[in-house]
Design a protein around this ligand. Structure first.
Ligand code: ASP
Length: 400
């Protein structure tokens, strides 16, 4: 049985277990926690070594800047679209209007420390490279990896041994991930059983309009990916959608786009015909900074809270919301619940109470299934588009 078949089976068994044996949900949770810890353990080395190896193995290092800028620009554009879909869907479907929810706040609600754009950019540069590798913040890791890769390229042939060292390390980390991923059916079973057992389907029902709005926005984004492939690659997106199922099921079951990265890499090179260079540079870059599903959740959640509170938002508020949601999704970690860490920043940027985050705690594990899938599919889409624009895409393999 192939891994994704096992994961699908585990998901179904997890749902059944959660429904019929909710009292045992807490007992199975540690299995899920162990699985998630194994993934978290490997995120920083994975991003660092894949990026350095991707940059140093480029056949034409001078193309690095072009590919980097092109990919980042597309990542940003699709993320802005995602936020707009999120906000637009909330604006039209009005999931928060008429809802009476006690956010448990006092008259003087709590504000997160105010967001500072300049500080955000300054903090991308780590003050301690080794400290950055050990922290949970991924952007300084990306910065240091790119800097290391560029430096090795500038050293020319004298750094050949370093090049092969990073290449081997990146292979080693991918091997580690593929060993961890073998455990994903157990992780998926435990996490699903726990989610269904502790939160039940009632949470979903009480916030059904919110969940419906999120689903519609994500669906739009999913269609946009296909449209982009059609427009920029002039290829059928159906093949892409079909072949993407293999890594999407890992995203759905783990709620972590980073955990699905190694499977996505395999699908990109082996099934979609994307070159090794793009797969090892554009894809990990995307997994670090491009999270369209999370961006949708941030924009939509902020407007939802404003609607519940009956707050009128100005044009400026909308602008700030788009900006902070985009930045929040860039800084999110690619693990379950990353959205919840970023939401306070978006809420406080337009003077909404951060207590509202608690409201999403119940539904986020469910929304995460969708957003993680959108996140990693967005990365694969853009890697495909960039690879095609560089003339590297193997179209025969894509259609095979
Ligand atoms: N779980 C998501 C991911 O790993 C991030 C989030 O939306 O919380 O991509």
């Amino acid at each position: 049985m192939r891994l994704w078949h096992k994961v699908t089976l585990a998901l179904i068994l997890g749902i059944i277990f959660g429904i019929y044996m909710p009292n045992y949900a807490e007992q199975v949770k540690p299995i899920g926690d162990i699985f998630l810890r194994l993934i978290k353990m490997i995120i920083n080395p994975l991003i660092f070594f894949s990026l350095v190896s991707g940059i140093t193995s480029m056949s034409d290092p001078s193309s690095l800047g072009r590919i980097g800028i092109k990919s980042t620009a597309i990542f940003l554009v699709t993320t802005c679209f995602a936020v707009l879909f999120g906000i637009g869907t909330a604006y039209i479907m009005q999931p928060g209007v008429g809802l009476v929810i006690d956010f448990g706040m006092h008259n003087d609600f709590t504000k997160a420390p105010s967001f500072n754009l300049l500080e955000f950019f300054v903090n991308i540069i780590p003050s301690n490279a080794l400290g950055a590798l050990a922290s949970d913040n991924i952007l300084p890791v990306v910065f240091f990896a790119i800097f290391t890769g560029i430096t090795i390229n500038k050293m020319g042939s004298s750094a050949n041994s370093l090049r092969s060292f990073f290449h081997t390390m990146s292979k080693m980390v991918l091997k580690m991930i593929s060993m961890i991923i073998v455990l994903s059916p157990y992780g998926a079973f435990a996490l699903t059983a726990w989610m269904v057992g502790t939160q039940g389907l009632e949470v979903l029902l009480s916030l059904s309009k919110l969940v419906a709005a999120m689903t519609v926005a994500m669906l739009f984004q999913y269609l946009v990916f296909g449209l982009l492939i059609l427009i920029f690659c002039q290829m059928s997106p159906m093949t892409f959608y079909r072949k993407s199922l293999e890594y999407q099921i890992i995203a759905i079951s783990t709620g972590s786009s980073k955990a699905s990265l190694s499977t996505t890499m395999k699908v990109c090179t082996d099934n979609l015909g994307i070159s090794d260079t793009s797969t090892s540079f554009v894809l990990p870059l995307g997994a670090s900074i491009n999270m369209d599903g999370t961006a949708i959740k941030l924009g939509l959640a902020a407007l939802f809270v404003a609607q519940v509170m009956g707050m009128e938002l100005s044009m400026m508020d909308y602008f700030v919301m788009i900006l902070t949601s985009t930045i929040g999704s860039i800084g999110a970690a690619g693990i379950p619940g990353a959205f919840m860490v970023m939401l306070p920043m978006v809420l406080s940027s337009i003077n909404l109470p951060i207590e509202a985050v608690a409201l999403f705690a119940g539904v986020d594990r469910l929304l995460d299934l969708l957003s993680t899938t959108i996140n990693i599919t967005g990365d694969a889409t853009i890697t495909l588009i960039v690879d095609n624009s560089e003339g590297n895409l193997d179209k025969d393999k894509y259609y095979s």
